[in-house]
Design a protein. Structure first.
Length: 257
């Protein structure tokens, strides 16, 4: 008896599940079936740009399994394009994982009939749902923190910060997000922390340094990133208000920093 396979985590359900070449009648066109897990592998690797190791981790599979999935997907897509066949997305031993890191469009309740958008569309969708900006200053700012207080130091390691302080400039209120589970994560800490920031509704982040995957996730959601060093959270907020913090245009450290 063959060994049962584990369910693979997927992050979206496509709106369109059937594609055919123009000019060939449906009754005579040959059909290729691609699994939802194979499509997810392509989404993570080719569209969102995750390294294979992290993409495999997001799907809950080994790297060899992920490699087989994406190879099979590429072979099927190539066959469809070169030989003029139809493509149907169907099947695959999968489960929709709502808390999985790396969703598209990187917000709560993603994947529920929304499909997968490009990074630009994701950013626009997220920005439309954010609170308005007052005087050019984001209404919600997330700051990585060593102890979760305004007078504590900014934690300069974004993905492995202990706490995230989210300050609402409109109401002058604050909340603290516990980021402790990501401190000792073997991989994906930056992605998970970025997801926490996005779910908090923040429009900007203040931290010390960010790796490429965390920066990619935040950028895709339209979240601006500013860098602060040797400051308390309160001092960083004041410096940001006065335009004294540098805005990052890209990652400033390598992954797993």
């Amino acid at each position: 008896m063959p060994r049962p396979t584990c369910r693979k985590r997927i992050g979206f359900q496509p709106k369109a599940v059937f594609f055919k070449p123009a000019g060939i009648p449906l009754g005579v066109v040959q059909e290729i079936v691609i699994g939802q897990d194979e499509v997810e592998a392509m989404r993570l690797k080719n569209l969102l740009g995750f390294p294979q190791e992290e993409a495999a981790n997001l799907m809950g599979v080994s790297q060899p399994t992920f490699h087989r999935l994406i190879n099979a997907a590429h072979q099927k897509i190539t066959d469809v394009i070169i030989n003029g066949k139809a493509l149907r997305i169907e099947g695959g031993n999968v489960t929709m994982h709502e808390e999985m890191a790396g969703p598209c469009p990187w917000k709560k309740h993603w994947g529920q009939g929304q499909g997968c958008a490009s990074a630009e569309t994701v950013a626009m969708s997220h920005m439309e749902k954010k609170k308005p900006v007052q005087g050019g200053i984001p209404m919600k700012i997330a700051i990585t923190s060593a102890d979760g207080t305004l007078d504590g130091m900014v934690d300069e390691r974004f993905g492995r910060s202990k706490k995230i302080v989210v300050v609402d400039a409109q109401t002058n209120s604050q909340e603290t997000v516990d980021n402790l589970p990501n401190m000792n994560a073997a991989q994906g800490a930056g992605i998970q922390t970025a997801q926490n920031v996005i779910q908090s509704g923040a429009q900007a982040v203040i931290s010390g340094h960010l790796g490429p995957n965390a920066f990619r996730v935040l950028s895709a959601a339209g979240v601006e990133v500013f860098t602060a060093s040797a400051m308390t959270v309160r001092e960083a907020l004041e410096a940001h208000k006065n335009g004294k913090l540098s805005k990052l245009a890209g990652a400033d450290v390598e992954g797993h920093w």
